[in-house]
Design a protein around this ligand. Structure first.
Ligand code: APR
Length: 249
């Protein structure tokens, strides 16, 4: 079911695009989503592995959860939707910001550069002794040593847990206040503040588009929507945007 296009923005050198992605864009690369049938949160209680309280209660369980997800990444590749967003960033004039809720590095692997991970990154560790975030690709444990300050036993996954403040929010709100086009891809719209971005973009006059397998919780707030698998609807939408921009130039 697709919602008709209304109010396509000008896509010139002064245009500004904000894209939000969620777990759905990585689903066809083989990474489970969280809330779909059989999703991650149907197999493990998020309170045990994605909250500060869960980490304090049982750090080993949390390290094991993220170690398993980090190891899986060795066999995971970006898909056509990730590659389409990298192409959009390269080919469209104007300013572009990709805000992902995902902690995988598939957008980077596909070539995206103007990217922020608002929920942190699987391949990073945060030291509670020195406050530094460092790259970390192997297993992490209570015996791991901080690469910056060498303290042992104070590392945690550099992932934003429930109840914690997401990263880069100043930059995200600034981009939402100035964007002409806001596109939300592969997210259920069930977690704030990301779920509120569409309203913020609309309030600031942006054209808003949802690309998802099915209408999200905030689906009714988008001016335009295309439903289907990300590897189909995202490349098609990117082709359309590049075509519109070429006509307007
Ligand atoms: N193509 C497009 N969309 C898809 C696909 C697909 N192949 N498969 C699933 N989806 C959609 C689902 O319909 C759903 O709307 O992706 C969305 C995934 O929703 P969630 O599992 O809730 O993931 P997300 O929205 O990213 O969760 C947000 O919640 O648990 C926290 O920190 C976690 O970043 C995560 C946040």
């Amino acid at each position: 079911m697709n919602v008709p296009v209304t109010g396509q923005p000008e896509l010139g050198a002064s245009s500004s695009i904000v894209i939000l992605t969620g777990a759905g864009i990585s689903a066809e690369s083989g990474i489970d989503t969280f809330r779909d049938k059989g999703g991650i949160w149907s197999k493990i209680d998020y309170r045990d592995v994605a909250t500060p309280e869960g980490f304090a209660r049982n750090p080993r369980k949390v390290f094991d959860f993220y170690n398993k997800r980090r190891r899986r990444m060795a066999d995971i590749k970006p898909n056509a939707a990730h590659r389409a967003l990298a192409r959009l960033e390269q080919e469209l004039p104007g300013t572009f910001l990709l805000v992902t809720q995902n902690i995988d590095d598939l957008h980077e692997a596909a070539g995206s550069r103007h990217l922020v991970h608002m929920h942190g990154e699987l391949n990073k560790t945060l030291c509670e002794a020195c406050g530094q975030s460092s790259r970390w690709t192997g297993d992490m444990s209570i015996d791991s040593r901080c690469p910056t300050c060498s303290t042992v036993g104070r590392l945690r996954p550099d992932v934003v847990w429930f109840g914690e403040m997401p990263y880069h929010m100043g930059r995200v709100h600034a981009a939402l206040s100035a964007c002409d086009l806001f596109v939300s891809i592969g997210t259920s719209g069930s977690v704030y503040p990301a779920a509120g971005f569409v309203e913020e973009a609309r309030f600031n006059g942006a054209h808003t588009v949802e690309l998802n397998l099915e209408p999200s919780e905030g689906g009714g707030m988008f001016a335009e929507a295309h439903y289907g698998r990300a590897t189909e609807v995202v490349p098609a939408f990117v082709d359309h945007l590049i075509e519109v921009a070429a006509q307007q130039w």
